[in-house]
Design a protein around this ligand. Structure first.
Ligand code: GUN
Ligand code: FE
Length: 405
């Protein structure tokens, strides 16, 4: 943390933070942020673009009922490209002007709609990984792909398109979760993963009835994560992020640590869908790479400052009510999760330190803190709780300006 300093970017990479601008930079263009906070861009490790349309609805349901009553009917609408254009237009506009610079995003099973989403994200300048969702069982007809082979074929065509078309928008394999993916589909996805060296995102150990269902579907698996690992879709040579991990026990966490599987902690979603409270302190203590996810629309907002506050609050409840050995998160720790913690999934991302990709947000917090008197750490803590009262005035991702106002 540096009061009234300079952060230097060259060719998309940070060259560090300085109290005074070193002479060697004297001819570089300078932007004056006028007392605003300059923070690393925030990283959303788990968000569903097509669910943006029904945020805040069905929050009296648990996961599996919520999927059937709200999520699947909504996602089916993205077969209609005109519907997708309108909905994704609104989603990307919102994400563009948020504090998020990086995100792992779920689309739907539909290739044209997912590519349209990726076109918009590419134009926005954000750095994202986006998944065409795979599901070939246990979903309503319009959302169940014809066969494992057809799902795999569509996925390969989509990946080939993406590799030609985008620079900042990368494909990520997205088997929705074990209940909607047959073994044959998972085998196909592993082949595609290896052929193109792709990362993977999915859901893990989120909700009590879901975990029970996976045990019934895969009686041979040692735990939920093992059902992915059997197909080589759980870290190790495959960069993997798993959302939730609320019920990840000792064995599952050990495998996540060994395989370097990232946990995307989504506290608001876990409360809304009555899923539970993830053992984030254990993830940190055990060295499991961890970041935050908004999980819209399980979570109602894409605002990752809200996710930071929720992560702190949830950890306090877990500590007080469930396990007093798991100390609550501090504000600094939750900020770490939303920046460097999740940023690592993208490489050297999530910090303004020298050598990191230059992702930055400029935030005018004058309505929240007295900028003359308050310490930077105090301003940051208040921003976590009062982000809606502050203004984001500029944003850069990988050194490119997204907006400035
Ligand atoms: N598990 C499978 N699909 C979903 C989804 O869309 N949202 C959440 N929160 N969990 C899931
Ligand atoms: Fe999710």
């Amino acid at each position: 943390m540096q009061k009234d300093g300079y952060v230097v970017c060259r060719d998309g990479i940070s060259e560090g933070i300085y109290e005074r601008l070193p002479d060697r930079y004297k001819d570089c263009p300078v932007r004056d942020t006028k007392g605003a906070l300059i923070l690393p861009g925030l990283v959303d490790l788990h968000i569903h673009a097509p669910q943006y349309t029904f945020r805040g609805l069905g929050m009296d349901l648990e996961l599996l009922e919520w999927l059937n009553e709200h999520t699947f009917p909504e996602e089916a609408k993205y077969a209609d490209i005109e519907y997708a254009k309108e909905a994704y237009g609104r989603f990307v506009e919102k994400l563009k002007y948020s504090a998020t610079t990086r995100a792992c995003i779920f689309g739907t099973i539909h290739v044209p709609a997912t590519e349209y989403l990726m076109d918009l994200l590419e134009q926005s300048g954000l750095c994202t990984m986006v998944g065409k969702v795979n599901m070939d069982r246990n979903a309503p007809d319009p959302l169940t792909e014809q066969s494992a082979d057809k799902s795999a074929y569509d996925t390969v065509e989509w990946v080939k398109d993406c590799l030609k078309r985008y620079r900042k928008t990368k494909p990520i394999l997205t088997p929705r979760f074990i209940p909607t993916c047959t073994d044959a589909l998972m085998e196909n996805l592993k082949k595609i993963q290896m052929r193109y060296g792709l990362p993977v995102q999915s859901h893990l150990s989120e909700n009590v009835s879901e975990v029970g269902w996976v045990q019934e579907l895969c009686p041979g698996s040692e735990f939920y994560g093992d059902a992915y690992d059997r197909f080589g879709l759980f870290g190790a040579d495959t960069r993997t992020v798993m959302a939730h991990c609320v019920y990840s026990g000792v064995q599952e966490r050990r495998r996540m640590k060994e395989n370097g599987v990232f946990a995307a902690h989504c506290p608001e979603s876990n409360m809304n869908l009555s899923s539970g409270i993830a053992p984030v302190r254990a993830f940190l203590d055990e060295g499991i790479p961890t970041g935050l996810g908004s999980d819209v629309a399980g979570g109602s907002t894409e605002d990752l400052f809200a996710a930071m506050a929720h992560a702190i609050q949830a950890s306090k409840l877990r500590w007080r009510l469930v396990d007093d050995t798991l100390k609550p998160l501090t504000a600094a720790e939750s900020f770490y999760l939303a920046t460097k913690g999740g940023g690592e999934f993208f490489g050297r991302v999530g910090s303004l330190e020298e050598g990191y990709e230059f992702d930055a947000v400029v935030i005018d917090d004058s309505a929240v803190s007295d900028r003359e008197k308050a310490e930077i750490s105090e301003r940051l803590e208040r921003l976590i709780y009062l982000s809606s009262e502050s203004k984001i005035t500029g944003k850069f991702a990988a050194g490119e300006e997204i907006f400035w106002r």
